[in-house]
Design a protein around this ligand. Structure first.
Ligand code: GTP
Length: 598
C-alpha cells in the first residue's frame, strides 16, 4: 500500500540533450529547494562536471510530488552519467529503478547514446517514458522525432510530453507521466533485508556511505547487517534519504531508495553492486550484481616530484569507492620510480581521474601513455594479457599478438559520411554495415581496434562532423594483429614511461609526432639532446634539441631587480613541474602531450 505511492526512476539521454536541466527542473517543481539552494546543489555537484558539462558521479534525490489524482508521491530520481565511457555506471543506477525517462532533443533526434541507453534500460526491464526536449527552439521537429523514436526504438511516443527543460515548459506533464507509467515497486516488506548498493562515497565523519535500493525487507539504526559478497558485518548507525542532502529517517523499507551508514572504515568493504542483508536472518541469494565494468584502457600513474606514494594510493582508494570501474595495482618504472598501473573505461575516464586527483586531493601526478590490453601468445604457447608495454616479452619469444576490437555505432548526417569513412579507414576500421536512420542520417557500424579509438577518435569524429556525429562502442573480440613496441629515447636512454604498442604501419607516423611534440615541450638544456623513436634496434624518427647558449638572466642585463626576481621565480615554478629522466629535465606536461594525436 505504501509502495503504491513510490516511483523510482532515472533520466537517460544522449549527451547534451538536457538531462541535467530536466533534473534541475523536476527538483525545482517539486519544491524541495529554493533557487539559491539549487545553484549550490545542482545534481551534478562536482566542479569538474559543471565545467565539462557532463554528469559523472551518481547522485540521487527524493522528490515529493502531489499528483493530479490528489495523492502525494515519493519520486526517487537516480542520476546517471552521460558519456560513452560510462555505460557501466548507467546500468548500475538503472538496476535500482522501475522506469527511465528518456530525454530526446527535438532538434536532434535519436543519437548513438540514446540507443545505447535504451538498450541498457531494456535489459533491466524498465518502463521507458519518452520526453521531447528543447521545443522552445525554432529548429525543433517534434512530430518527426516522435516518428523516429517509434520507428528506431520501437516504443510509442505519440503522447510523449513535449517540453522545454530550459524554460520550464510542460515539466508537470513529465511528473504526471512518471506517476502514471512507471510501475510502483512491490517488494515484500516482511522478508529479510535485501538491498542493492548502487553508489557509495566516503565521508570523513560517517565512514563509507552506501546508497541503496531496498528490494525486500526493512532496515533501521542498530540492525546488524552483512555485505553478501564480502561477508563482513556491521551495525547500522544511520539510515536516511537524499533530498539531495542527507536526511536521517527512522527506517527504510522495501521500495525505498536511501543511504545506510555503519562506521565502515575501509572503503573497500562497501562495494557498489553488493547486496546488503541481515547478519542473523539473511536473505537467500544476493541480487545479481550488474554488468561488471571492465577497464579497457590502462596507464601508469606516478607521484610527481615531491609527492608521496602513500598519498596517491589513499586517493586512488577513495576514488575507487564510488567508481568501481577504476582499478589499480602497484608497479614500478625505471624512469618514474614507484607508482600504479590504473585501469579505466576510456580516455575521458582517465582524464577525469587525473583531474580529481589534482582538485580533490591536491596531488600532482604523472600519467604515462595509455594502452589497451593486448593478448600475447609466446612461442612456448603461454598466453598473457599485457597492459603495460614494458611487460611485453622480447620479440623472439612472441608467437602471436592480438588486440581488442570494438564494435562502434556512429551516427552522422549524410553529408559527413565520406569524412567518417575516411577517418575509420585511417584508424584501421572495417565497415560492417550502414543503415539509414532517417532520410538525413546514417548509422555506420564499424569494427575498430580499440587502440585507435582511445587516441582522440572522439574528438576527430566531432571535428569532422562539425559536432553532429555521435559514437557508442562496445568490446567485440580479440584479433590477431601486426603490433610492435615503440620506444622513445631521450639522450640515448630509453624512457620506459613513453613506450607504447602500435600497429606496425603506424609506428613511423606516431614516432615522428611524438618526437616533434617532445621537442616542443622539453626546454633546452646545457647540452644537445637527441630524441629518438625506435622499434627494436631501428630508429624510426629523430629530433634534436640544441643546447642552451645564453644564461637566461643575460636577457635582463641592466634590467631592474624585480624583473630579475620574477624571472628566477618563474624558473623555480617551472622546476617544480620538471622530472629528471636520466640527465634530462622533462616537464610533466610532456607525458600528457604524447597522448594526443591528429
Ligand atoms: P550531460 O549531463 O552531459 O549528460 O548533458 P545533459 O544531457 O544533462 O545536458 P544539459 O542539461 O547539461 O543540457 C545541455 C545544453 O542544452 C545546455 O546548454 C542546456 O542549457 C541546453 N538545454 C537543455 N534543455 C534545453 C531546452 O529545453 N531548450 C534549450 N533551448 N536548451 C536546452
Amino acid at each position: 500500500e505504501r509502495q503504491k505511492y513510490i516511483r523510482n526512476f532515472s533520466i537517460i539521454a544522449h549527451i547534451d540533450h538536457g538531462k541535467s536541466t530536466l533534473a534541475d527542473r523536476l527538483i525545482e517543481k517539486t519544491g524541495l529547494l529554493t533557487q539559491r539552494e539549487m545553484k549550490e546543489q545542482i545534481l551534478d555537484n562536482m566542479d569538474l562536471e559543471r565545467e565539462r558539462g557532463i554528469t559523472i558521479k551518481l547522485q540521487t534525490s527524493r522528490l515529493i510530488y502531489k499528483a493530479q489524482d490528489g495523492h502525494e508521491y515519493i519520486l526517487n530520481l537516480i542520476d546517471t552519467p552521460g558519456h560513452v565511457d560510462f555505460t557501466y555506471e548507467v546500468s548500475r543506477s538503472l538496476a535500482a529503478c522501475e522506469g527511465a525517462v528518456l530525454v530526446v532533443d527535438a532538434t536532434q533526434g535519436v543519437e548513438a547514446q540514446t540507443l545505447a541507453n535504451v538498450h541498457l534500460a531494456d535489459e533491466q526491464g524498465l518502463t521507458i517514458v519518452p520526453v521531447l526536449n528543447k521545443i522552445d527552439l525554432p529548429s525543433s521537429r517534434p512530430q518527426e522525432i516522435i516518428e523516429e523514436i517509434e520507428e528506431v526504438i520501437g516504443i510509442l511516443a505519440e503522447d510523449a510530453p513535449q517540453i522545454s527543460a530550459k524554460d520550464g515548459i510542460n515539466i508537470e506533464a513529465v511528473l504526471e507521466k512518471i506517476v502514471s507509467d512507471v510501475p510502483a515497486p512491490d517488494g515484500d516488506e516482511t522478508a529479510p533485508l535485501k538491498a542493492l548498493i548502487f553508489d557509495s562515497y566516503y565521508d570523513s565523519y560517517k565512514g563509507a556511505v552506501a546508497y541503496v535500493r531496498l528490494m525486500e525487507g526493512s532496515v533501521k539504526k542498530g540492525d546488524r547487517i552483512k555485505m553478501m559478497a564480502l561477508g563482513k558485518q556491521f551495525e547500522v548507525v544511520e539510515v536516511g534519504v537524499s533530498v539531495p542532502t542527507p536526511l536521517a529517517v527512522p527506517e527504510l523499507k522495501a521500495g525505498d531508495v536511501g543511504y545506510i551508514t555503519a562506521s565502515i572504515k575501509n572503503v573497500k568493504d562497501c562495494r557498489v553492486g553488493d547486496t546488503i542483508t541481515f547478519a542473523n536472518t539473511p536473505t537467500e541469494a544476493a541480487l545479481p550484481g550488474y554488468k561488471k565494468a571492465t577497464p579497457m584502457v590502462y596507464c601508469g600513474i606516478y607521484p610527481a616530484e615531491g609527492e608521496s606514494y602513500d598519498d596517491v594510493r589513499d586517493a586512488l582508494e577513495k576514488l575507487q569507492l564510488n567508481d568501481a570501474a577504476l582499478s589499480f595495482e602497484p608497479e614500478t618504472s625505471v624512469a618514474l620510480g614507484f607508482g600504479f598501473r590504473c585501469g579505466f573505461l576510456g580516455l575521458l575516464h582517465l582524464e577525469i581521474i587525473e583531474q580529481r586527483l589534482d582538485r580533490e586531493f591536491d596531488l600532482d601526478i604523472i600519467a604515462t601513455a595509455p594502452s589497451v590490453i593486448y593478448r600475447v601468445t609466446k612461442t612456448d604457447d603461454e598466453v598473457s594479457m599485457i597492459q603495460n608495454p614494458s611487460n611485453l616479452p622480447p620479440v623472439t619469444e612472441i608467437k602471436m599478438m592480438e588486440e581488442p576490437i570494438v564494435t562502434a555505432n556512429i551516427i552522422v548526417p549524410n553529408e559527413y559520411v565520406g569524412n567518417i569513412m575516411e577517418l575509420c579507414q585511417n584508424r584501421r576500421g572495417e565497415m560492417v554495415h550502414m543503415d539509414y536512420l532517417d532520410p538525413k542520417r546514417v548509422v555506420l557500424h564499424y569494427d575498430l581496434p580499440l587502440n585507435e579509438v582511445i587516441y582522440d577518435f572522439f574528438d576527430a569524429l566531432k571535428s569532422k562532423t562539425r559536432g553532429y556525429g555521435s559514437l557508442d562502442y562496445e568490446f567485440k573480440e580479440y584479433r590477431e594483429s601486426d603490433l610492435v613496441k615503440m620506444d622513445i629515447l631521450l639522450n640515448k636512454e630509453m624512457v620506459d614511461a613513453f613506450s607504447m604498442i602500435v600497429h606496425r604501419t603506424k609506428a613511423d607516423s606516431r614516432g615522428r609526432v611524438i618526437c616533434e611534440r617532445l621537442k616542443e615541450v622539453i626546454p633546452r638544456q646545457m647540452f644537445v639532446i637527441p630524441i629518438q623513436a625506435a622499434v627494436g634496434n631501428k630508429v624510426i624518427a629523430r629530433e634534436t634539441i640544441s643546447a642552451l647558449r645564453k644564461d637566461v638572466l643575460a636577457k635582463c642585463y641592466g634590467g631592474d631587480i624585480s624583473r630579475k626576481k620574477k624571472l628566477l621565480e618563474k624558473q623555480k615554478e617551472g622546476k617544480k613541474k620538471m622530472r629528471q629522466l636520466g640527465n634530462v629535465e622533462v616537464p610533466q606536461q610532456a607525458f600528457l602531450s604524447v597522448l594526443k594525436f591528429d
